[in-house]
Write a protein that binds this ligand. Sequence first.
Ligand code: AMP
Length: 187
Amino acid sequence: MRIVFLGPPGVGKGTQAIRLARALGIVHLSTGDMLRQAAADKTPLGLQTQAYLSAGKLVPDDVMLELVRERLDKEDCSGGYLLDGFPRTLVQARSLDAMLTNGGTPLSAVVDLQLEVEALVRRLVARGREDDRPEVIRERLDQYKRQTAPLSDYYRERGLLHVVDGGGTPDAVFQRIRAEIDRIAPR
Ligand code: AMP
């Protein structure tokens, strides 16, 4: 399966994405993790993008598209993958579509985790990562609302969207996601 995970910062997207990818036996691809690793390794990509991450701003689309294109071309992705944190803009979503349609490997489903903003902020503050400082949290939530939330409509129009309530324990959320995926591809 080829799955995209959508959801605002703090919704628990990363945790759930890892768990679902493991359950389905597909590769988990987090563009945020890839960029944080590149920054830690001080690669050209890391040096080029670090300032965006620290400010909670989105990395430019052309940089992201190149990164994802290269990664999806790798052999391990041929058995399916779960994209966590990409696409984040309509430009990225359309380009991904074109890329996958050309390759005859369209997306199977888009999981959209949702939670009210107060709960998101609480979870982010509790997590305490470097880019979870209050002013950066505000910026990331704002970027999400403006740039990424429209992707829900984009994928709904294409019949791919599965909205899942991100509230409650991680186990409860995972059961909901699993139930949605089972409806597309029964075990
Ligand atoms: P995440 O761990 O998914 O929240 O991503 C952390 C940061 O990486 C984001 O705040 C952005 O600065 C950057 N980033 C990750 N994925 C993307 C993307 N698809 N487009 C633009 N920026 C991204």
